[in-house]
Design a protein around this ligand. Structure first.
Ligand SMILES: Cc1cc2nc3c(=O)[nH]c(=O)nc-3n(C[C@H](O)[C@H](O)[C@H](O)COP(=O)(O)OP(=O)(O)OC[C@H]3O[C@@H](n4cnc5c(N)ncnc54)[C@H](O)[C@@H]3O)c2cc1C
Length: 488
């Protein structure tokens, strides 16, 4: 399994989620363009590829294990979809999905989506509204953009919201938004790591309102305003993306996909990287892209570099349960005309929120039925997975019954358990990444990729796959005899 031949360069990719698969594809494409003779092995511990992107199709229901969709505002994702010939499979979220709801005071309340709606809503007191409008007058922080150098300046999302928009806005809007994206706690998430664009906007415009005004002016001026950021998925669900990636890679003689290959360690023998799997096999490469979560990388690198392993171990993940509930349409009184609902921490609910999945995308439930995906867990409920499926179902039904007028028993129940669902970029994350990069500088050929580091969304993972592949190829090309730009 481990011999190496001639001038062929070998890269071992660990983890067959969207990050690993997309990186493997970009590596092969980039190698061809650079006339580099490359072989890529992708090792995935699960029986199937895709990581979090899994769709369960059952009796006319289509259930997402992890992500429900992605925004169409990331060029790297659009390029990948095009490359995989998946444009015809794309489905756009319904217009109704633009309406989003909060649970406040035990009732469903629509989130105001425009300035006039914000002025009219009674979600906020007049005083809280004035405080939000006062954002224009809040001075710019002087130490913006220094979080990687000085963790003391690394503001939490909640603290940023409180400082610029007031406590009520932070509590009612930012707190649930962070639950919706990270399953996390706005008070324990770094703004600079989780939402770097916000830091740029404050730095460049001095105010979020001024930034929004400038952006919308630019959009109006530019004929090519670019994609709008609408949620999309695929007709058969999100699993279509890794399935197409795996198909394309399998059709390429330069790629080998190994499912059920549980990596146990990564070591180095001179200039060669050695990856060992649980069945005792080894695979050698000129480079390794570790695209499994940071906690897995920490375990694999413990003997090689204990300091690096410790840094990786310090990136926390939260547990989550996704509880899919299917109902007969007539058993849900609410019109479900929207995306779903998020629940602020101050409501003390046992759910983070719920998506009205069958209202967002067509074909997610059989005719006459509706599908809801409820989320529970996160840092506020670290023992969520101690509950069995029945208890999780009961918890979701109990929370939604009054809010949405549920009657009778669900026609479908499916619980998806995520012991380590989503990485939490806590304050200090960027400084940690800098220290990780410093360790990696002493380990040339070892690369870390995936949602643990520089963005948790599917879009962020795909974007990183392009930069990661380019970085790996740059290094290989520099050392490849006879290759373009290489040393002979
Ligand atoms: C419940 C939930 C909802 C989400 N919703 C959204 C959403 O709506 N939109 C969005 O953009 N993002 C969403 N995300 C985030 C998104 O799904 C992930 O960030 C993204 O899929 C991560 O991809 P990845 O390839 O980096 O990691 P993963 O998908 O975790 O893939 C890593 C792979 O490495 C493998 N692996 C682990 N250990 C080993 C080992 N020892 N040897 C070999 N292989 C190993 C794993 O089996 C896995 O297949 C959601 C995540 C969750 C959990």
């Amino acid at each position: 399994m481990s011999e190496r031949t001639g001038n062929v360069r070998r890269v071992v990719v660990i983890g067959g989620g969207v990050s690993g698969l997309a990186t493997a594809l970009r590596l092969l494409e980039g190698a061809a363009a650079r006339r580099l003779d490359l072989r890529v092995d992708v090792l995935e511990s699960a029986p199937d590829f895709g990581g979090n992107l899994r769709t369960l199709a059952r009796d006319g229901w289509r259930l997402e294990w992890g992500p429900n969709g992605f925004l169409d505002n990331e060029p790297a994702t659009l390029r990948l979809v095009e490359r995989l010939d998946l444009n015809g499979e794309l489905v756009r979220s319904s217009d109704a999905a633009r309406r989003r709801f909060l649970v406040v005071g035990g009732r469903l309340r629509e989130i105001p989506a425009s300035p006039p709606a914000f002025l009219k809503t009674d979600l906020f007191t007049p005083r809280a509204k004035l405080r939000v409008l006062g954002e224009l007058l809040v001075p710019r922080r002087r130490d913006l953009g220094r979080a990687a150098d000085d963790p003391a300046t690394d503001e939490s999302v909640w603290e940023f919201g409180r400082r610029r928009l007031g406590r009520d806005f932070a509590e009612l809007m930012l707190d649930p938004m962070v639950k919706g994206i990270f399953g996390g706690d706005a008070r324990r998430l770094s703004l600079a790591a989780a939402f770097p664009r916000m830091v740029e906007l404050e730095r460049d415009h001095g105010s979020l309102f001024r930034a929004l005004a400038a952006i919308s002016k630019q959009r109006k001026r530019a004929a090519d305003a670019g994609p709008s950021g609408t949620l999309h998925s695929f007709r058969d669900g999100m699993a279509a993306l890794p399935a197409a990636l795996a198909r394309t890679l399998r059709a390429d003689a330069r790629a080998v996909l190994g499912a059920g290959a549980d990596v146990t360690s990564v070591s180095r023998d001179g200039g060669t990287w050695r990856v060992r799997t649980a069945d005792g096999a080894t695979l050698d490469g000129d480079a390794v892209v570790h695209a499994a979560p940071a906690h897995a990388a920490a375990a694999h690198l413990r003997d090689l570099d204990p300091a690096l392993s410790g840094l990786l171990d310090g990136i926390p993940y939260v547990p989550m349960a996704v509880i899919a509930l299917g109902y007969a349409r007539g058993d849900v009184a609410h019109d479900l005309d929207g995306f779903g609902m998020l629940i602020p921490t101050c409501e003390r609910s046992r759910l983070l929120g719920a998506l009205w999945t069958s209202s967002i995308f067509p074909g997610r439930a059989p005719d006459g039925r509706v599908l809801l995906h409820c989320m529970a867990g996160g840092p506020g409920d670290p023992h969520v997975l101690d509950d069995d499926d029945g208890a999780l179902r009961d918890r979701a039904v109990a929370e939604l019954r009054g809010l949405m007028g549920l009657r009778g028993e669900p026609a479908l129940v499916q619980v998806f358990r995520h012991p380590r669902a989503i990485a939490q970029y806590e304050p200090g994350h960027l400084a940690r990444l800098r220290r990780i990069d410093a360790r990696l500088a002493g380990l040339p050929g070892l690369h870390l990729s995936g949602s643990s580091y520089r963005g948790v969304s599917v879009n962020a993972c795909i974007k990183e796959s392009e930069t990661m592949a380019a970085a790996v190829l740059d290094r290989l090309a520099a050392a490849a005899p006879g290759a373009e730009g290489g040393t002979a």
